[in-house]
Design a protein around this ligand. Structure first.
Ligand SMILES: CC(C)(COP(=O)(O)OP(=O)(O)OC[C@H]1O[C@@H](n2cnc3c(N)ncnc32)[C@H](O)[C@@H]1OP(=O)(O)O)[C@@H](O)C(=O)NCCC(=O)NCCSC(=O)C[C@@H](O)CCCCCCCCCCCCC(=O)O
Length: 717
């Protein structure tokens, strides 16, 4: 809804009112209020603002799936631009997407210094289709507009002023400043202010510029179509008259609007917000659990993870006690952490938070912290000892968090006098960069402990997802069948190059083998050894590949026995110029090793295509996701999808594994799993989960109805 008032005698003030972000709804009535302002003879100029300190978050995304009727945004913005009285946008908070397009239709724009502006449609699988792709290049030039529209990045008011998007920036009341400004420009000619009537600023060698940008965008898009359409739309602005450009914008939007990618990306937008509304099987929820304030934290163990966590905490503004008992390690860590803080501060143009970190060799230094994150070596005995020391050293009520990626959070909790204060905070390396945080609760974790960890994660800018305690939690548990299928495919005739190419074409930044080389083959080897799966590599035949009653591939173990740990040793599934180098090259040694291995085990290589790679790796992973839902480890499919998109490189435009399954069709996923399970009966992870079967049997409800269906299905058991 839009509200109309008259202020300062002769300024019409239109206020957008649609909480929480004043999203533009087709039924908003801005055209009507504009007509009132224009027809009022006392009104000399008009100001448009948004209520509650936010100008406008863009078109209402929730309306996209519905039947949209009413005046289009394009018509509304056109009516504003062609008004015969000056219209000034008073921008506070955010002017994003349709919100900025509305402001670009105004004749002037005044922004508060703390506001942010942008055209983020590309991140929703769309393009700025209310004239934004045509007006922005005309206003700020093609290169700058291409940058903003293809990345969707938000700019500060200061940058917007520098680029020429806004005319003035104020530190004071924006509406007052805009009203004053509107009075000062009343009566001036508006022709030069109507952006759509201008040509784009001249740009030498336009073709070369677009070719270069298109190439870059194609490379970084990893299969996403919206960035490409954005370039095409800006090209139309640069080469066609406005009316034809707008028509091209409409055509391109029509293709994007109904695409599966747009649906997936909009699902991700809402899923990221939904995971903040966490709930536990006990019934505890985000809105009934009050977090404790955390001002001072401690990190125990300053290896790679501990260092990253320290940096992330300090950059969030917390005081951090960084504890490492080994003097040499402590010195090295101090140097590394300081370097990371300095580089991060330089990138962000702020002072480094070096003095927020105090280093200590003594665990007693944690006495007055509000929260501790333990990041010592993955050894249950060591962690138990640390937790016992922490319980004795910390003040009452201190939250004890473990960064374990594999150990039992509940077992650790049971070793402390206050198990309700223990949760997992599973960061991903490098912890100060990676967006994902799994907050792991055990049956005894208190809702307050979960709320505190979730809130801290949010403050750190992480996509924080609350998950139950099980082996591998959510992300790594689903990764296991994915990796195992990739190993089996090698046994059956694939190469690392083939498997990786299929996964990278699907949209992962790295295939499973390049990823494994990066993170180190020894990591999985150590886990498999701990599980008693690793045997000396001399046995041959099928029986040598059945371990603990199921199919097992020792390929990874054999490579480790050869000292091939991946990038760090210069050899793994690929070869590298030298240890630590990042460019993976195909390795003839590996191919003959695979040939000899198959011969030794009586395996005959067959032709494997990309489709089979995707089905076996991805459906095995998705199937585990259904088990996780059935077990109540993740509260809903959104939780799994946010984990995979923000931490495991799942292409965002495919929405996450569970959304992807929904898009492919649950019946199809089930049918393919059954097919592969028949061929490989000794592989339990190909056996379709009972939840998947039950969902298909109940008519494959759409993903937003799964929760209801899961509850119903559970109650029928
Ligand atoms: C605005 C934010 C920066 C605020 O962040 P903050 O952290 O403060 O808060 P939250 O993110 O938690 O959000 C709070 C709350 O608000 C909800 N919300 C936010 N934005 C929107 C929105 N745009 N619509 C609906 N709801 C929104 C959010 O979900 C939260 O709700 P909850 O219940 O969880 O509390 C931040 O929110 C943000 O970044 N928002 C998104 C900004 C954005 O991406 N905007 C762009 C929107 S798309 C757009 O504007 C498109 C335009 O270009 C116009 C296109 C015209 C469309 C015409 C259709 C053409 C159809 C073509 C078919 C042609 C057929 C033919 O012709 O043949």
């Amino acid at each position: 809804m839009a509200e109309y008032n008259r202020v300062s005698e002769c300024v019409g003030l239109i206020t957008l009112r649609n909480p929480p972000v004043n999203a533009l709804s087709v039924s908003q009535g801005i055209v009507h209020t504009m007509q009132r302002a224009l027809s009022d003879p006392n009104v000399k100029s008009v100001v448009i603002c948004g209520q509650n300190g936010i100008f406008c978050g863009g078109a209402d995304i929730k309306e996209f799936g519905s039947n949209m009727t009413g005046p289009t945004l394009i018509q509304m913005i056109h009516a504003i631009e062609s008004a015969n009285k000056p219209v000034v946008a008073a921008i506070e908070g955010s002017a994003l997407g349709g919100g900025l397009e509305l402001a670009l239709g105004c004749h002037y724009r005044i922004a508060h210094s703390k506001s942010r502006l942008g055209l983020p449609e590309v991140s929703l699988g769309l393009l700025p289709a209310a004239g934004g792709s045509q007006r922005l290049p005309r206003l700020i030039g093609v290169p700058a507009a291409l940058n903003l529209i293809t990345t969707g990045r938000h700019v500060t008011a200061a940058e917007a002023l520098q680029l020429g998007i806004v005319d003035q920036v104020t530190d004071h009341n924006t509406v007052d400043a805009a009203v004053k400004f509107a009075l000062s420009v009343a009566g001036r000619s508006l022709d030069p202010r109507r952006i759509s009537t201008h040509p784009c600023p001249q740009q030498p060698d336009l073709d070369a510029l677009f070719e270069e940008v298109m190439q870059k965008v194609r490379q970084s898009a990893r299969g996403a179509i919206a960035p490409i359409a954005c370039v095409q739309a800006v090209r139309a602005a640069a080469t066609l008259p406005y009316a034809q450009g707008i028509e091209r914008e409409r055509e391109l939007m029509a293709t994007l609007f109904t695409s599966g990618q747009a649906r997936a990306l909009q699902y991700c937008f809402f899923a990221e917000r939904a995971v903040g509304r966490w709930r536990m099987p006990s019934g505890a929820r985000w809105d009934t659990s009050k977090p404790r304030p955390v001002q001072k934290a401690a990190v125990i163990g300053l290896g790679t993870m501990g260092r990253g966590i320290t940096v992330a905490l300090a950059q969030t503004g917390l005081s951090v006690i960084a504890v490492e008992t080994q003097e040499k390690q402590l010195m090295e860590a101090k140097q590394a952490i300081s370097g990371m803080l300095e580089r991060g501060a330089k990138r962000r143009g702020v002072a480094p938070a070096l003095d927020r970190v105090i280093y200590s060799q003594n665990i007693q230094a944690v006495a007055d912290v509000d929260l501790v994150i333990e990041a010592v070596f993955e050894d249950i005995a060591l962690k138990t000892k640390v937790f016992q020391q922490l319980s004795a050293a910390c003040k009452p009520g201190t939250l004890l968090c473990t960064n374990t990626s594999a150990l039992d959070v509940d077992q650790l909790a049971s070793e402390t006098p206050n198990p309700e204060l223990v949760v997992g905070m599973h960061f991903f390396a490098p912890a100060h960069v990676m967006k994902l945080l799994e907050v792991v609760y055990g049956p005894r974790s208190s809702p307050q402990a979960v709320a505190t960890a979730m809130q801290l994660g949010k403050k750190m800018g992480k996509a924080s997802v609350a998950v139950g305690n099980c082996r591998g939690f959510v992300g790594n548990r689903m990764l296991k069948p994915y990796i195992e299928e990739a190993f089996f495919l090698l046994e059956e005739g694939a190469t690392p190059e083939l498997v990786d190419q299929a996964l990278e074409e699907f949209g992962f930044p790295m295939g499973v083998f390049r990823m494994s080389d990066l993170s180190g083959l020894d990591v999985g080897w150590r886990v498999r050894k701990g599980d008693g799966l690793v045997e000396p590599g001399t046995a041959s035949g099928r029986s040598a590949r059945i371990r603990q009653g199921r199919r097992y591939s020792p390929l990874g173990d054999l490579l480790c026995e050869e000292g091939r740990f991946g990038q760090k040793t210069g050899r793994g599934w690929y070869q590298y110029d030298k240890p630590g180098s990042r460019v993976a090259r195909s390795d003839p040694w590996l191919h003959s090793f695979l040939g000899a291995y198959r011969a030794q085990h009586g395996l005959v290589a067959r032709r494997i295509d990309h489709q089979e790679v995707l089905e076996r790796c991805l459906y095995a992973l998705i199937n585990e996701g259904f088990h996780i839902l059935d077990d109540g480890i993740a509260a809903g499919p959104e939780d799994i999808d946010v984990i995979y998109v923000s931490g495991y490189g799942w292409p965002r435009h495919c929405g996450g594994p569970m959304f992807y399954a929904n898009m492919v069709g649950l019946a199809k996923v089930l049918e393919r799993l059954e097919h592969y399970q028949q061929l490989h009966p000794e592989v339990p992870h190909l056996q379709p989960s009972s939840l998947l079967r039950r969902l298909v049997a109940s008519g494959s409800p759409p993903i937003h109805k799964w929760e209801e269906a899961i509850k119903k299905l559970h109650s029928q058991l």
